[in-house]
Design a protein around this ligand. Sequence first.
Ligand code: APR
Length: 318
Amino acid sequence: MLNKIAVIGGGNIGGVLVQEIVRRKLARNVALMDVKDPELAKGKALDILEGSPVLPADIKVEGSKEYDVIASADMIINTAGVPRTTRPDGTIPTREELLATNLKITDSVSAGIQKFCPKATIISIANPLDAIVYRLYMNLKPPREKLMGMAGVLDSNRYSYFVAEAAGVSVENVQALVMGGHGDDMLPIRSACRIAGMPVEKFVPADKLDAIEERTRKAGGEVVKLLGVGSAFVSPAWSALEMAEAIIFDKKKIMCVSALLQGEYGVDGLFIGVPALLGANGIEKIIELDFTDAEKEGFKKSITSVQKTKEEVIAMAK
Ligand code: APR
């Protein structure tokens, strides 16, 4: 149990996060910060506190429109940003189209973290994922262990679910890994996908796996279309908590996170989804996978698109 976790952005994802942090008793103090009128964060905090005797959980939950509520948090989970939502003409913006708006929001989030809890471990969820994490890095310059983005865990969970469904097995039997940027070029690693320790191809035919991988790349958009308003919020919150629990309980658990590469995979200075070992110190190790030739090409393509967005982030900061 940590002393304090602060969630920034109290919308759909932030609301699920605070509920689950309280239910799972991950911290003695939970802060929820959101700028929305009249007092969205206070309202969500009060709602959860009034339910706390049911659990029961003696956890202090405080909501506020002001950043001082996050003071001295050990961990920050950042969800502040505009989600993808279906436009009136029926089209859906790409995650990259959210960039300008969400970068401005990220600058104010960074200032709040800098002022009130500069040493906190940060898990960021806002989109476009790798770009927002890069902006947090530009603004805060934390040690690389302490800043990471949540996307690969969600993409891997989506892939696992689709594989389990196709194979007719428990989700507990499937291990999956989706690497790369959190965009259409993300890379489901078929060679790393196992069902009860056996290669996935033993259970699911190759053409079905092609379709599952394509569905995984587009899975966020599929939910956006179905919801009509906003984007997926339960699975992203649960996925971020899988990362938070690995850190809080020092699990040394390997999962795919957006991390700052410093020479790994031949890349320097870019945040992109790679397998990492998470423990009490945050990102304790980055694992370098032996790719097949096709996977190597796919990862290169994903690096190129994340690099392009990174350059836009830098240009927009000028
Ligand atoms: N500080 C704090 N909160 C902010 C700020 C800010 N500067 N600017 C906006 N917010 C809040 C909004 O008021 C809103 O309540 O962020 C919240 C975002 O919540 P939702 O709109 O419900 O979005 P959600 O589905 O939770 O997704 C949040 O995560 O997956 C990504 O694409 C998604 O970027 C989006 C983010």
